[in-house]
Structures are given as structure tokens and as C-alpha cells.
Design a protein around this ligand. Sequence first.
Ligand code: ADP
Ligand code: MG
Length: 281
Amino acid sequence: MTIGRCAPTAASGSQSDRAALACDHETLIGWLTRLQLTAIRDQLDNLIDEAARREMTLREALAFLIEREIARKDERRIEMASKIAHFPCARDLDDFDFAAQPSLDPRQIRELAACRWVAHGEALLLLGPPGVGKTHLAIALGRAAIREGYSVLFAIAPALVASLAKAHAEGRLEERLGFFAKPKLLIVDELGYLPFETNAAHLFFQLVSRRYERGSLLLTSNRSVGEWGAVFGDPVVATAILDRLLHHSQVVTIRGDSYRLREKRRSGLVKSTQLHQEPLA
Ligand code: ADP
Ligand code: MG
């Protein structure tokens, strides 16, 4: 059996009358709207024509239509989840030039993009000097997690602790901790660019404890783990945070020159040795 365009006027008899009704364009559009099959609805004539042109069986045509609908629904879901995630910009692994960053193992990063660590609630630390692609990779991995169906939130460390401190002062800490604990993956970017105040370090510790073994954390930092005592302004809190973070975790250290200054270096404006002196902010 092959698919052709419906011809409502050709029907006769009660059974065919029902078929004729079903084929009425406006009715079909109404049904598709009611079922929220908007991709099929918006392309109805084109899809039916295409199915007919390719002489699809009824089963093939059904699969063809459903496939379009699923693709649209996935697209919408990813778009919506990306807005909720608050990424500062769009970055993907496909735009990442691995040749420019030889200290990274592309296989390890692609493996991370499969998000098994997110499924297991593990932590990921991306460490390295400024401009080497930590934020790029964090966003790319966050978007990969969304494609895999996980909820994601991206936050910059100083803004996150400021928001916790404000909530604390206003007696809403529980609510705010709940907000940051909810997504399956929380990305905290730029840890260590600014040192934490003691109170902020305690608040961050509460968040890490709340998420521990429940949701994943992806942290980026320009400081090595050994320097986190200074970052948190308190070696005891830093140890408690690291204890939870490193328990189930992967650490990816990027060594190399700033990608931002690559072009300048190529044009001779900056010498390679100067790259390591880039301001931290
Ligand atoms: P970091 O967070 O380590 O300071 P970013 O991720 O912000 O660095 O990278 C700085 C800029 O350079 C961004 O626009 C990023 O997309 C780009 N970039 C960094 N590394 C690469 C790379 N290997 N391939 C492509 N673009 C890169
Ligand atoms: Mg960054």
C-alpha cells in the first residue's frame, strides 16, 4: 500500500464518509494541534507529498512523520533547557580545536561528552591557566548533558557565592541552596579568580555537601587543587570541600598557551613567554 494525498470528495458510504472527514485539511490540522504534533501540523502537505513521492508504505510514512515530530520536540527541549542553564554563550566540542591544546586527550573529552559521569553524579574539575578553553569545554559538556536529557545550570563562582550570601542574609538560604542543588549538573566557572571570604567558603561547602553523590559538579579553576586553601581562605573548609569533590571525580588539567592570544602570538605581537603573565581577571 502506498500513500497518496487524500481526496475528500471521492468518498462515498458511511465508512468512507468517516475517512473523508479525517482527510479534511482543517480537521487534521485541528487534531494535530490537539495532540501537540506541531512539526507534522506545520509541514503537513509537504510531508504527505514527500511520503507519496517516495512511495512509502503506511508504516514507513508513520515512522517518517513521527521522526519529524520527535526531532522538533528534541530541538525545543534542548533550546528550552539551554535557556534555563544560563550559558554565557554557545560553545560545542565540534568548535574546539584539539590540535591547539595538545595537553588534552580528545578521546577523554569525547568520553566525558557521553555524560556517564553525570549519570553517576560524579565531579569534574577542569584546571588550567586563563584562555586555554576551560569555559568553552564546560559549556560544551553542559550542552552535551542537556542533549542526553539532564538538567544543567551554569554559574560563575563569585556570582554564585554572592547569591548564596544574599539569601543567607535574607533568611532564604535553604531555598537558594535548593535552587543550586536541583539541576543534575551544576557548572561553577572561574573558581579561584577571586578569593572567597570565610562566610562564602562555608556557604559553598554547604552547597557541595548538599549535592554530594546526588548531582554532578563541574568546576573550572585557574588554580591547582593545592592552592584551594588560599582560594577558600580557610584550609579546613578547603579540605572538607575537596574531600567531597575528589571522592568521585575526574581532574582534567590543561597546560598550554592562551587560545585568546594565539592570533596575537602568531602575528608576533606577543611572545610565548608573555602569555603566562596574562592578568588573571
Ligand atoms: P578559559 O575559560 O580557560 O579562560 P575560554 O574557554 O574562555 O578560556 O577560551 C577563550 C576563548 O578562546 C573562547 O572564545 C573559546 O571559545 C576560545 N578557545 C579556547 N580554546 C580553544 C580551542 N582549543 N579551540 C577553539 N576555541 C578555543
Ligand atoms: Mg573561563
